[in-house]
Design a protein around this ligand. Structure first.
Ligand code: ZN
Length: 269
């Protein structure tokens, strides 16, 4: 039964690798869109500002024409002021001159405001062009990184799938089926290590009787709580080194491992 556990552990590892590489692959389209997003945002702003700049220049031209016309009206009005023949006529000419003045002020103010906008827009264009070039460079860089991640994940997926198929084929068909039914909807968490009577997958204690049976390693058993396939983690036959079972690294008591380490350090030095 131990060899089945070992095969299942290998299969679980392959299962987890295929899931992890699939997750990387599934994120690729989003990552590509994100890499393009910033560049597109800048490009849109640049196009918008160029259009605004064009419109502002056209508006300035029309304001200049208006001012030109007002200037002509003003000089005509001044000329008529020199030839005035009655008070009534004078009042009419005066009223007209006030209207021309007010409109001129209005147009001058509009021109000043527009010139300020034009300055800002003109300055923004080269800035946005530089930002666009940088964003283009970054997005190309991101695309290369994403493509390399995609290739790596695809290779990992293919390799893990191949090994998984191979391992499944080496199993008894009923055991292979058992594994596949356990694997379905478990997100790669198929086996549950059990240590000192506790299932480490769900952290629940299992009945002592069940734990005793598990330690005999003679049949496949399922955790009564999380329904994963249990295995005795501290089974010496599995040879699983775990941080919990390993001796403390700084223990002063000389162990065989400690001595081995010491001698390897002195040999290196
Ligand atoms: Zn459990």
């Amino acid at each position: 039964m131990r060899d089945v556990i070992i095969k299942f552990l290998t299969l679980q590892e392959m299962e987890q690798k295929t899931i992890a590489s699939q997750a990387v692959l599934s994120q690729i389209p989003d990552r590509l869109a994100q890499a393009l997003g910033e560049r597109e945002k800048i490009q849109t702003e640049l196009l918008e500002n160029k259009a605004k700049l064009g419109a502002a220049r056209a508006e300035l031209k029309s304001l200049e024409l208006d001012m030109e016309q007002l200037k002509e009206l003003k000089s005509g009005n001044k000329l008529r002021q020199t030839r005035v023949s009655s008070e009534k006529e004078y009042n009419a000419i005066y009223k007209e001159s006030e209207v021309i003045k007010a409109r001129s002020t209005e147009k001058e103010e509009a021109t000043l405001a527009l010139m300020l906008t034009l300055d800002q827009l003109s300055a923004s264009v080269p800035q946005l062009e530089a930002a666009l070039a940088e964003a283009t460079r970054l997005s190309a860089e991101a695309n290369r990184a994403i493509e390399s991640d995609r290739k790596r994940a695809q290779n990992e997926f293919d390799e893990a799938t191949r090994q998984r198929e191979e391992s499944l084929a080496s199993l008894d068909s009923s055991l292979a089926e058992r594994f596949l039914s356990l694997a379905a909807n478990r997100h790669g968490k198929i086996l549950a290590p059990v240590s000192r009577g506790t299932c480490l997958a769900c952290n629940m204690s299992i009945p002592p009787q069940l734990f005793n049976e598990l330690q005999r390693v003679d049949k496949l058993m399922v955790c009564p709580n999380c329904h994963r396939l249990m295995f005795w983690r501290d089974d010496p036959g599995l040879g699983l080194a775990t941080p919990e079972s390993a001796p403390a690294p700084v223990a002063p008591k000389a162990t065989k491992k400690g001595r081995a380490k010491k001698s390897s350090t002195s040999a290196a030095g």
